[in-house]
Every structure is written in structure tokens, then in C-alpha cells.
Design a protein around this ligand. Structure first.
Ligand code: ATR
Length: 297
């Protein structure tokens, strides 16, 4: 732990529970790396206290806050301003206190795109199959459409949720080309030969008994397969994809890069990515022996 001096700047994360968050490790490592007199703390904020907690950001002059499950939507009611992405995604994972105003951002989608760039893949012009229609899927879908992918196929266990997400995206991002594909039957197999990037934005993979519906046998070398789950890091989907010769991107990159973007917003400095990756890999290896934990920022 780096020294916390007088007049240290305060940062933190609001969630409930918050014990498993890896964000304090990432941001405190980055503060120490840059020699900044700042500290990042985890705050377990019960749902009934969210309003008070957000107002405390200004009262205590907390410079920046990350927000995680279950508060990403709730905090929005007490912010002064939202970034275009946060508005479209309908959730905030980063708050900055700027000129006494609380500004909300969502860096999840950007973090995902940067993790692909780091792995050498651009998304512009590509056809993407996105599994899921919850909050995480929405963040990725919005950012993928803004980044100029050619076509987005959405699929979800509860198909009506995918249809609702598709309708929202078409209305709000007019150039987006979006279709909903059934998770049941042969539809997914039929589409896979035309798809470049497959992204799991469901929680499947976190629990050993969950079964992924994707037809693994139809994955192959043309596919880049990404999983946003990072506990475990080598999900059954990624293992199967590698077995079929597909390239893969695990969920650690998105975790790191959503944090990196938040850090840039707050400090105008970059994350020391290799150092943070090494620290997180160590922490995850340590914790994997302690049983399942949520995929929480
Ligand atoms: P988050 O905000 O983290 O995305 P969420 O809104 O609860 O969380 O969404 C979880 C996603 O995982 C949903 O797409 C969910 O599918 P449903 O909309 O049908 O619930 C998906 N999911 C969770 N468990 C699943 C399972 N066992 N099989 C398939 N999809 C699953």
C-alpha cells in the first residue's frame, strides 16, 4: 500500500455487497505507480442509502466513484449530467466530481472495445453475435453500434428481452443494423458462418452447472470469441472455442480497461496495464481457491 498523506484525494466504489471488488487493487496500484497522493476505498452502500451516498460525494469532496451492482441505475437520479454513452446504456459505472457537478459515465462498453483492440481486433465493419440482454449486454450493444460494426445479432434465453433491446437500439442509433436470433433450434448454427465476433454477455460460465446454449461445434478459426465473465477466467465457452480453433478474449481485459477509462477521466493519466494485469491475475488465482464470487467490478 502506498503512503496516504495529508490532503490525500479520495476515490472509491459504491456497491452492495462490495467485498469481492477488484477495483481498489487496480486504482490504488495506479495511484502508487504515478506517485499520486490519492486513495481508493470500497463502500458497501445498502440500497436504501444510495441517495445519501451520492450526495456525500459532493459533501466529502470525493473526486471520483465507481458504481457497481446493484446501484448502476439508481445513482443516475442524483447526478447533474450524463455522458452520451451513460444516457444510452441507462446505467452509470463512473462518477466524476467536476466543478462541484456530479457527472456520470459508463466505461464498460469502451473497456470491452479496448480489450479487443489490445488483443489486436477492431470491431468496425465486423458482424457480431451478442449473447444476453441484461445490463452488461446493453452496455456492449450500445458501444458496438456506436463503434460502427456492420451488423449485430442479438440472442437471449428470454427472447422478448432481446427484442426490446433491439427495438431500443434501432430507435436510438439509427444507423445500427440489428437482428434478433432465436437461442433455440438451428438458428444460431445457421448464422455462425457469417459472424466474425461472438460475445457472451450473460452470466453463464460463472457457475459450474450453467450450460451455454451456443453450438460449440460450429465455432471455428474465423471466430473471435469473447467472454465478459472473469471468474473463472477460462470459462467453458472460451475453452470450447479454443478447442475449435477460434481466437479468444477473456473477461479480464474488459475489467482492466473499464477501470483504465475511469482513471483517465479522473486523473488524465493512463493505467499501467501490464502491472495491473499481473496484480489482478495474482488476486484472482488466490481467490479461486476460496470458492465462487460474483463477476463484480
Ligand atoms: P447483468 O446486468 O449483469 O447483465 P442481468 O440483467 O440479470 O445481469 O442479465 C443476465 C443475463 O444473463 C440475461 O441475458 C439472462 O438471460 P434472461 O434474460 O433470459 O434472464 C442471462 N442468463 C442468466 N442465466 C442464464 C442461463 N442459465 N442460461 C442462459 N442465459 C442466462
Amino acid at each position: 500500500m502506498h503512503a496516504i498523506l495529508q490532503h490525500a484525494e479520495l476515490y472509491g466504489i459504491f456497491g452492495y455487497p462490495i467485498g469481492h471488488s477488484l477495483s481498489p487493487l487496480m486504482h490504488n496500484t495506479a495511484f502508487a505507480h504515478h506517485g499520486l497522493n490519492a486513495v481508493y476505498l470500497p463502500f458497501a452502500v445498502p440500497p436504501a442509502q444510495v441517495e445519501i451516498a451520492v450526495k456525500a460525494i459532493r459533501a466529502l469532496h470525493i473526486r471520483g466513484v465507481n458504481v457497481t451492482i446493484p446501484h448502476k441505475q439508481a445513482v443516475m437520479a442524483w447526478l447533474d449530467e450524463l455522458s452520451p454513452e451513460a444516457r444510452l446504456i441507462g446505467a452509470v459505472n463512473t462518477v466524476q466530481l467536476r466543478d462541484d457537478r456530479l457527472v456520470g459515465y459508463n466505461t464498460d462498453g469502451i473497456g470491452f472495445l479496448r480489450s479487443l483492440e489490445e488483443a489486436g481486433s477492431e470491431v468496425a465493419g465486423r458482424t457480431v453475435l451478442l449473447l444476453g440482454a441484461g445490463g452488461a449486454a446493453r452496455a456492449l450493444a450500445v458501444q458496438l453500434c456506436l463503434a460502427g460494426i456492420q451488423r449485430l445479432y442479438l440472442t437471449n434465453r428470454t427472447q422478448t428481452r432481446a427484442e426490446e433491446l433491439a427495438a431500443f437500439l434501432k430507435e436510438n442509433i439509427p444507423h445500427a443494423d440489428i437482428s434478433v436470433v432465436s437461442m433455440k433450434g438451428p438458428s444460431l448454427s445457421a448464422h455462425l458462418p457469417h459472424i466474425d465476433i461472438v460475445v457472451n454477455a450473460t452470466s453463464v460460465g460463472m457457475h459450474p452447472h450453467d450450460r451455454m446454449v451456443l453450438p460449440f461445434a460450429d465455432l471455428g478459426p474465423r471466430h473471435l470469441v469473447c467472454d465478459i465473465v472473469y471468474r473463472p477466467l477460462h470459462t467453458p465457452l472460451l475453452q470450447a472455442a479454443q478447442h475449435q480453433g477460434a481466437r479468444t478474449v477473456d473477461g479480464l481485459g474488459m475489467l482492466i480497461h473499464q477501470g483504465a477509462k475511469a482513471f483517465e477521466i479522473w486523473t488524465q493519466r493512463s493505467f499501467p496495464i501490464p502491472l495491473i494485469r499481473a496484480k489482478l491475475s495474482g488476486a484472482l488465482a488466490e481467490r479461486s481457491t476460496a470458492g465462487p464470487a460474483p463477476n463484480q467490478r
